[in-house]
Design a protein around this ligand. Structure first.
Ligand code: NI
Length: 135
């Protein structure tokens, strides 16, 4: 009996989308407002989905307190109220798009969760724009 459990979290972070291989003009054209040289912030909504068999003893797929602590330690403490480009090693050389942030979050959590469970990350950058990884 496979069941999915979800934990919803929130963090605020600043970023700038920029490709150092391109000219300023090319960057402005592709990334628009997200290329603002002085950065800008987003209120990110993070949804972590864990799917697997329920444990016959606990009835849990995963203890939600454990999942919540894990997200706090691995993700929120690292990214909340940070400038992703300047304050984090994960994005010092990686463009902090929602896509890349979702992949980074997946990789930060994957090793900490039972390999028998499936992990999926949904990340809202705005109310209307969100990404999912793995697709
Ligand atoms: Ni942005």
């Amino acid at each position: 009996m496979k069941v999915a459990v979800f934990r919803k979290e929130h963090f605020n972070a600043a970023h700038r989308l920029n490709n150092p291989k391109w000219t300023e003009e090319e960057n402005r054209e592709v990334f628009g407002k997200c290329n603002n040289p002085n950065f800008h912030g987003h209120n990110y909504e993070l949804i972590v989905k864990v799917t697997g068999e329920t444990d016959p003893d606990t009835g849990y797929v995963m203890d939600m307190k454990v999942l919540s602590d894990l997200i706090k330690e691995r993700v929120l403490d690292r990214f909340d109220h940070k400038n992703l480009n300047l304050d984090t090693k994960e994005f010092s050389n990686l463009n902090p798009t929602a896509e890349n942030i979702a992949v980074v979050i997946f990789n930060l959590l994957r090793g900490e969760i039972d390999p028998d469970k499936e992990l999926k990350i949904k990340l809202y950058e705005t109310e209307r724009n969100y990404v999912e990884y793995p697709a």
